[in-house]
Design a protein around this ligand. Structure first.
Ligand SMILES: Nc1nc2c(ncn2[C@@H]2O[C@H](COP(=O)(O)OP(=O)(O)OP(=O)(O)O)[C@@H](O)[C@H]2O)c(=O)[nH]1
Ligand SMILES: [Mg+2]
Length: 221
């Protein structure tokens, strides 16, 4: 097993309007998806312990591009534009939908999906569509019930149980946790899950390094 990654080292790579403007489709990518204002960018900042790595806002629709961050070589996190925000002009909405759909369907290095939803309004239609699609694509899902600080501990647990129950119906690899960017709740669980999704890439890199070293040793003899 690899060492846990240090998410504090995460750095911004690029913002792209669509997949054609992203770097090569290599390594492992984990995307953060969810309705506008669900707390995706705030979650990324909390997980990486950086105040303003991803831009956050009170106004839904803040993130309008596919934003890419690198934790370590070959291990990337993606902040996606939110879906389901009614006040966005139709033309813009269609454009985002297209680039979001394309990203999800065509990006080969996408290996895990974090779906964030406000704990007070979980599992809306579009959230369920997102999870169904991921399960059909054999993509593991981590559902984060965000802004958990808005509920008292009892209500929080009740909501967690309810959403866990609902998520069973999808039949795939779907884990549900509570999360609060404000209080730091759930951060360790998320980091552990990300570590497990990045592990195959780190092992691949390690094996490559070892075979190169063996090759050089042979050469030296
Ligand atoms: N109380 C509380 N507020 C939060 C939490 N996380 C995010 N917020 C607030 O929710 C609002 C939206 O947060 P963002 O992180 O910008 O949401 P987003 O999902 O990236 O939104 P888009 O980029 O528009 O899709 C901001 O006002 C945040 O301060 C949390 O854990 N607790
Ligand atoms: Mg955002």
């Amino acid at each position: 097993m690899n060492q846990p990654l240090n998410y504090r080292n995460t750095r911004f790579i690029t913002s792209a309007p669509d997949i054609r403007h992203l770097p090569n489709d290599t390594g492992v990518e984990i995307a953060f998806a969810g309705r506008s204002n669900a707390g995706k960018s705030s979650a990324l900042n909390r997980i990486t312990d950086q105040k303003s790595l991803a831009r956050t806002s009170k106004t839904p629709g803040r993130t309008q591009l596919i934003n890419m961050f690198e934790v370590v070589n070959g291990c990337n996190l993606i902040d996606l534009p939110g879906y389901g925000f009614a006040q966005v002009p139709l033309e813009m909405k269609l454009k985002w939908q297209k680039s979001l759909g394309e990203y999800l369907q065509k990006r080969e290095c996408l290996q895990g999906l974090v779906v964030l939803m406000d704990i007070r309004h979980p599992m809306k239609d579009l959230d369920q569509q997102m999870i169904s699609w991921a399960v059909e694509s054999r993509l593991p899902v981590l559902v984060l019930l965000t802004k958990a600080d808005k509920l008292k501990s009892g209500a929080r647990k009740q909501q967690l149980m309810k959403v866990r129950e609902t998520s069973l119906a999808f039949g795939g690899d779907v884990q549900v946790e509570v999360f609060s960017s404000l209080k730091g709740l759930g951060v360790d669980q998320v980091r552990r899950k990300l570590d497990s999704w990045f592990a195959p890439e780190l092992e691949r890199q390690q094996a490559l390094l070892e075979s190169e070293e063996a090759f050089l040793d042979d050469d030296a003899e």
